[in-house]
Write a protein that binds this ligand. Structure first.
Ligand code: TYM
Length: 333
């Protein structure tokens, strides 16, 4: 059987370097003939925190444009908005009935987002990983390329698939494999190397957005956290130096080299020499994507067509799988 990839990103704010290196670039690399690729814009996940209704559709187009600009080929891969395929929500409900609350309570992303406010957060935020499991299982996807921060959610998706299979004495759902690939599976904030680079960080200087121009990228890297020591000569020398490690990791990932190799070149040099080299590399890698994105966004009707076609193809795949799952559960038909 052809391997089937499913992954997605939320249409909230701009995509950043973490989304690109941790996920999007790997999607493009994986887009080969022996994989069938399904890339979703997960708008139903986005509304687990309040979104402006005037912005949601445009944000969805922007994420689709970023996928395509980065190299996802809409002729080969399916690109579509999650909300356009009802099977996601329907399967989510069915899977929710076999997911233990205790497991959802242990999700670190939920704990981070809910903070101390667990009484007041919405059910959607709590149930978020069940929807994610439904996204994947609605296509019987076998491989899921994501950044490190989604690992726990994927483990839960695997457990939910097993629970279904055990309860109904079947091997209906496959166990989706996480694909956490490349040198930068967890890109950290430019301002604090112990925190993940995130769309929701208040400080824009903490991240490099795919829409940042060359000047902005250089300015952000110049201000990025490092320390007083020069770059070390080997990877062991990055220990306990989170800011330094992050910049070297980003350089390694962008240049598709190992960290050891990067340090062979830059070991012993000052940050004032490394940072401009990193900025130049980041601009070289990202600016073609930024340009293609704005070209694409100048023709929203073309993006809408890709999304509509994608939704139709996705629906055709998901609908019979949902029906089979309903049959296994014994629903009327
Ligand atoms: P989201 O929108 O937060 O992030 C999209 C992808 O980017 C990765 N990522 C990072 N990788 C490295 N370093 C970082 N700092 C960084 N920040 C984000 C994420 O790991 C992710 O791969 N729940 C998911 C979306 C989703 C999904 C799915 C993914 C919904 N259903 C089914 C796979 C399969 C999310 O919120 O990603």
């Amino acid at each position: 059987m052809k391997k089937r990839i499913f992954s997605g990103m939320q249409p909230t704010n701009n995509l950043h370097l973490g989304n690109y290196l941790g996920a999007l670039r790997n999607w493009v690399d994986l887009q080969q003939d022996d994989y069938e690729c399904i890339f979703c814009v997960v708008d139903l996940h986005a509304i687990t925190v309040p979104q402006e209704s005037e912005r949601l559709a445009q944000a969805t187009r922007e994420i689709a444009a970023a996928y395509i600009a980065a190299g996802v080929d809409p002729e080969k891969a399916i690109i579509f908005p999650q909300s356009a395929v009802p099977a996601h929500s329907q399967l989510m409900w069915m899977l929710a009935t076999m997911t233990q609350m205790g497991k959802l309570e242990r999700m670190t992303q939920f704990k981070d987002k809910a903070g101390k406010n667990t009484e007041r957060v919405g059910l959607g935020l709590f149930a978020y990983p069940v929807l994610m499991a439904a996204d994947i299982l609605a296509y019987k996807a076998t491989h899921v390329p994501v950044g490190e921060d989604q690992k726990q959610h994927l483990e839960l998706a695997r457990e939910i698939a097993s629970t279904f299979n055990t309860r109904y004495k079947t091997d209906f759902f496959p166990q989706p494999e996480p694909q956490i690939l490349g040198a930068a599976t967890r890109v950290m904030s430019l301002k604090d190397g112990t925190k993940k680079m995130s769309k929701s960080d208040e400080s824009d200087n903490s991240r490099i957005n795919l829409t940042d121009d060359a000047e902005k990228i250089a300015a952000k890297i110049k201000k990025a956290q490092t320390d007083a020591e020069p770059l070390p000569h080997d990877v062991a020398g990055l220990k306990e130096r989170a800011g330094a490690d992050n910049l070297v990791t980003i350089y390694a990932a962008l240049s598709r080299r190992g960290k050891a190799d990067v340090l062979k070149e830059f070991g012993g040099q000052q940050w004032s020499a490394f940072k401009p080299a990193l900025a130049e590399l980041a601009v070289k890698e990202l600016s073609p994507i930024t340009e293609r994105m704005s070209d694409l966004l100048a023709h929203p009707e073309k993006i809408d067509k890709i999304l509509r076609d994608g939704a139709e193809r996705a629906d055709t795949l998901a609908r019979p799988i949902l029906r089979d799952a309903m049959d296994i559960m014994g629903f009327w038909k």
